[in-house]
Design a protein around this ligand. Sequence first.
Ligand SMILES: Nc1ncnc2c1ncn2[C@@H]1O[C@H](COP(=O)(O)OP(=O)(O)OP(=O)(O)O)[C@@H](O)[C@H]1O
Ligand SMILES: [Mg+2]
Length: 235
Amino acid sequence: MLLECRGISVIYSKKICALANVSLNVQTKEIVAFIGANGAGKSTFLRTISGILKVAKGEILFEGKPIQHSPAYKIAALGIAHVPEGRRVFSRLTVLENLEMGSYMNGKEIARKLEKVYALFPLLKERTSQMAGTLSGGEQQMLAIARALMSEPKLLMLDEPSMGLAPILVEKIFSAIQEINAQGTTILMVEQNAHQALQFAHRAYVLETGSVVLEGTGSDLLHNAQVREAYLGAA
Ligand SMILES: Nc1ncnc2c1ncn2[C@@H]1O[C@H](COP(=O)(O)OP(=O)(O)OP(=O)(O)O)[C@@H](O)[C@H]1O
Ligand SMILES: [Mg+2]
């Protein structure tokens, strides 16, 4: 087991319990999707694993060791990379500088890592000296993912990678994610685009107002009546 969350609760304030007793696990080499409506707590969950938010209750194990009290930089150093919502690239740095920032924890073999991410996203290679802020939304998403890969993570967490992208770019991003997984990286992704996410996720969890209400293989959930009604626009 690569990641195991046992009974995680996160509280923002007395009134807002953002996550209540969430248990989830991710096996090495899996693609696990996390779906749910706006405000369900999906981003909160990824931020908690990253160590940006603290748990009120529960345990997070990464490769069997508890990390719920570790600071974010230590969690990153263990091999967990997080691409946050809204693809936050450093807009006033070039594409190459952004990528170099991604390997700040381990500056060795930058040339080899660059070749690896350029093979996945050839477009970035043509744009190395362009300011990241002048890239299109889809290109910025590719850069955000590529930057995360520069740390050669064991677990790549993606928060709504397809948000706001044209269908053709959504296809590109999703096929890049599959390729990254095929090369050996485990993926935990949050998606509003439930239809596409369930099609290629090995397993998925459905979150509703801070609690996991369903889990199963991608294809099980694609055919589940409750999921179809609530998330796939079909009765
Ligand atoms: N910093 C914060 N302070 C207080 N409440 C917050 C904070 N961040 C999020 N929340 C609340 O926690 C709940 C879960 O938010 P979260 O952003 O995790 O949802 P989400 O599933 O990622 O939604 P979306 O699909 O819109 O991205 C929401 O009710 C939200 O308003
Ligand atoms: Mg979110």
